[in-house]
Design a protein around this ligand. Structure first.
Ligand code: BGP
Length: 468
């Protein structure tokens, strides 16, 4: 039996705000990341401080160098390339009457290049990149008017790219609105009480559910042969012991995330959420027709990121499951230098868990290892640790396929070094391609291949057989 199906979408994934740079070029507006100097785990500035250095403003200059970068992706044999459209390039403040033609042109050229190089573009419509003006004016998704603003943006990009892009996803890691609300929901809630935070977060989530369902509808109308998914952060959650309290709470913690895919894939609010709403005194404002919209236009597939697993001890606070927030340490697992527990089998576990629950295609759109790369005396980067991480995770993906799970593809996170979302640094590198740039902005931006580049190329070339 072959390990991977022959049309498996091997590839890599990046986000505009972490790679493009050119943060003010060709009419782009300021987006939320442009103000997050130290990444989303920290408080973002209200204005750009001219005396400070913002790594994402130039990032790796993908905006001007994408041709060279895509040539390297082609050399690795990528079948798919996941990227996001920077919303503020298309609508600088979100509310212009007409889109910014220069921004649209940029993505036209970019998609053409991706296709020319034999890859399927996989597009995230909103990857932590909401135009900042919408935060200032409406506190982002707290305000229902974001639904129409978002749909106007969706209509423009669906119309424009209908012949080029067939795979879409609406919001990156929508469930992360609970751990990084500014990034995932464009809401600023730091100064609020827990009760207020929960109220705003769930209300914003509701608006995003309606927006996502309507975007699904629009996408299918404009691009009949498209697939549009939801996207969640779904690293595994384990109970710390077999104490039923640990086991039960781990399940409850998991549900805080699965709530998002439950609504977006099944099309209704699950019963268990009422108890959470009661506990935090959340009163959701829904309009007539919202429930029908959510029920009528579910997502076609479930895309998710998987980096690690979290171990939960009963009684400890409920946290998210990625982005650097960790639960108890797991004595069976090693960690990355950023403390993320390396758990390949957890990926197989999650694939089974999700497919059992939804029976919808899964797309692993983020998985990867952030590490400190050192240039050796021979001038090269011998990143065996990354190869080992990847090999072990991909073996588990093949096991999940044998378990009967429908997985349409795997896009490694950060095939080229980019700015970290959580901490805003360059030092945390994921790439198969090294980019000569440091945390302070020094470097030539030159690209070079790490050992993992050749290794992943071989995996794709043999459709996974070289793993064994
Ligand atoms: C996910 C995000 C990505 C990304 C990745 C790795 O949460 O979708 O944008 O960067 O995590 O996180 P980090 O960059 O913090 O290492």
């Amino acid at each position: 039996m072959k390990h991977f199906p022959k049309d498996f979408l091997w590839g890599g994934a990046i986000a505009a705000n972490q790679a493009e740079g050119a943060y003010l070029e060709d009419g782009k507006g300021i987006n939320i990341t442009d103000l997050a100097r130290h990444g989303f785990q920290n408080i973002a500035d209200d204005n750009i401080n001219p005396d400070e250095f913002y790594p994402s403003h130039e990032a790796i200059d993908f905006y001007h160098r994408y041709k060279e970068d895509l040539m390297l992706m082609e050399e690795m044999g990528f079948k798919a390339f996941r990227l996001s459209i920077s919303w503020a390039r298309i609508f600088p403040t979100g509310e212009e009457e007409k889109p910014n033609e220069k921004g649209l042109e940029f993505y036209d050229n970019l998609f053409d290049e991706i296709i020319k190089r034999g890859m399927e573009p996989v597009v995230t419509i909103s990857h932590y990149e909401t135009p900042y003006a919408l935060v200032e004016k409406y506190n982002g998704w707290e305000d229902r008017c974001l639904i129409d603003i978002f749909l106007k943006y969706c209509k423009v990009i669906f119309d424009r790219y209908k012949d080029k892009v067939k795979y879409w996803m609406t919001f990156n890691e929508i469930n992360n609105i609970h751990i990084i609300p500014y990034a995932a929901g464009a809401i600023k809630i730091d100064s609020y009480s827990l009760k207020e935070k929960m109220q705003i977060t769930y209300q914003a989530s509701h608006h995003m559910f309606v927006a996502s369902a309507l975007a699904n509808k629009l996408c299918h109308e404009i691009i009949p042969d498209s697939k549009i998914g939801c996207m969640l952060s779904l690293s595994a959650v384990y109970p710390n012991t077999c104490n039923p309290d640990d086991v039960f709470e781990a399940m409850e913690l998991r549900r805080r995330s699965l709530f998002y895919s439950d609504v977006m894939l099944r099309g209704y609010y699950p019963g268990y959420i009422n108890r959470i709403f009661e506990e935090f005194h959340v009163t959701l404002k829904k309009e007539t027709g919202d429930d029908e919209i959510i029920a009528s236009y579910p997502s076609d597939y479930l895309a998710f990121s998987y980096y690690r697993s979290t171990t939960h001890v009963a009684g400890s606070p409920f946290m998210g499951n990625t982005g650097g927030v960790t639960g108890a340490s797991n004595p069976y697992l090693d960690t990355t230098p950023w403390g993320w527990q390396i758990d390949p089998k957890g990926l197989r576990f999650v694939c089974n868990e999700l497919y059992d629950r939804y029976q919808k295609p899964l797309f692993i759109v983020e998985n990867g290892m952030g590490n400190i790369d050192v240039i050796s005396e021979d001038g090269k980067i011998h990143d065996d640790y990354r190869i080992d991480y990847l090999r072990r995770h991909l073996v588990e993906v093949s096991e999940a396929l044998k378990d009967g799970i429908l997985i349409i593809g795997y896009t490694y996170w950060g095939p080229i070094d980019i700015v970290s979302a959580g901490t805003g640094e360059m030092k945390k590198r994921y790439g198969f391609i090294y980019v000569d740039k440091d945390n302070e902005g020094n470097g030539t931006l030159k690209r070079s291949k790490k050992d993992s580049f050749y290794w992943y190329k071989k995996v794709i070339e043999t459709n996974g057989d070289s793993l064994f």
